[in-house]
Design a protein around this ligand. Structure first.
Ligand code: MUC
Ligand code: MG
Length: 371
């Protein structure tokens, strides 16, 4: 039985402006959830989003309000012993939508469950297949020369050797020229992908993707609006370069529909967009059955959501396009006692029980939003 559920907002400046088609981030607001059982076992989860309501349907403030008003009283009202599956069935029955909040609560409950079993969280999700995950870096300063310098530094540091470029906020040809210039500067061995974050019409997609394919770009992420899945299908059929669904993928139901429509070559699996770690694993299973490749996505979470995602992605049979689990590296502050381990272009998935991380609660206390 649960004793308390706490939702904490933590505003942390980013290391540089992060420019997406939907917003420019200077700060990230981490939405952290701490669940404590009556026996004193603590589980953590995260429901971070990007740019308030610029990216998704839940804002940090709405997640906090909904957890405090609906999720917490429901969890605290449970008086008979329920296992994780029964508890989550109750939550699903009582609360519609709220995928990010559900993911945070589910992560915290699974963290508790895995700690009680003395197993890493990945084992509770079906079992890990890899201990390390490749991690790309997003170049999003908005300046071609700065992006090239940043990429070269990352390669030298052995931090990242695959790059995703955020485009869609400038006129199409400006963006395409920017991408091709970076690809030329970094050379044939470095994989370059783009994320348009829904900015293009179908005609713009055709014009832009043709040039990007000819320029040796490897992956085109969410070029058109969420609802325009027929356009995604036509682009997937038309081009050889891989087309990836990101925002259009909102959990297992949409994964099933997109797979049925052949609307993507690759799925960007995100634990929060999926509505939980278990649902993210279901999305991966649907992709596998449909012959769709996988990529491990991020909502630019801090270390809690990032490592929860890593536990889920470590169970995927194939992860053909790697991951973008670099969220904590975009932040100027550390909230773990021991930072996540990034080396040799990879992130290590912890071996300790639960999420396998130690939260620095004093640091969170210092940084938390007070009002
Ligand atoms: C997105 O749409 O993929 C992930 C990496 C990044 O730079 O932005 C996010 C959101
Ligand atoms: Mg994306």
């Amino acid at each position: 039985m649960y004793k308390s559920v706490e939702t904490i907002l933590v505003d942390i400046p980013t290391i540089r402006p992060h420019k997406l088609s939907v917003t420019t981030m200077q700060t990230q607001t981490l939405v952290l959830v701490k669940v404590t059982t009556e026996n004193g076992v603590v589980g953590w989860g995260e429901a971070t989003t990007i740019g308030g309501l610029n990216y998704g349907e839940e804002s940090p403030e709405s997640v906090k309000a909904n957890i405090e008003t609906y999720f917490a009283p429901l969890l605290l009202s449970i008086k008979q012993p329920l296992n994780f599956a029964q508890t989550f069935k109750l939550l699903r029955k009582s609360i519609n939508g709220n995928r990010f909040a559900k993911c945070a609560i589910q992560t915290a409950l699974l963290d508790i469950q895995a700690k009680l079993l003395n197993l890493p969280l990945s084992e509770v999700l079906g079992g890990r297949l890899r201990n390390r995950l490749p991690v790309l870096w997003t170049l999003a300063s908005g300046d071609t020369d700065k992006d090239i310098a940043e990429a070269k530094k990352m390669i030298e540091l052995k931090r990242h050797n695959i790059f995703k470029l955020k485009i869609g906020s400038n006129p199409l040809q400006h963006d395409v020229d920017h991408v091709i210039a970076i690809k030329k500067a970094l050379g044939a061995d470095i994989s370059i992908r783009v994320d348009v974050n829904r900015a293009w019409s179908e005609l713009e997609c055709i014009r832009g993707i043709q040039q990007l394919q000819d320029g040796g770009i490897d992956l085109i992420e969410q070029p058109c609006a969420i609802e325009q899945t027929e356009i995604l299908t036509r682009l997937t059929q038309r081009f050889d370069v891989a087309i990836m669904a990101d925002e259009a993928l909102t959990g297992p139901d949409s994964a099933y529909r997109l797979a049925h429509q052949h609307a993507a070559d690759v799925f960007a699996v995100k634990v929060e967009q999926s509505g939980g770690l278990i649902e993210a694993c279901e999305v991966a299973k649907i992709a596998k059955l449909a012959g769709i490749d996988l990529y491990g996505g991020t909502m630019l979470e801090g270390p809690i959501g990032t490592i929860a995602s890593a536990h889920a992605f470590s169970t995927f049979e194939s992860l053909a396009f790697g991951t973008e689990l670099f969220g904590p590296l975009l932040l100027t502050e550390e909230i773990l006692k021991t930072p996540l381990q990034y080396e040799n272009f990879e992130l290590a998935v912890p071996q300790a029980a639960g999420l396998g991380i130690e939260i620095d609660e004093d640091k969170i206390e210092q940084l938390r939003r007070k009002a």
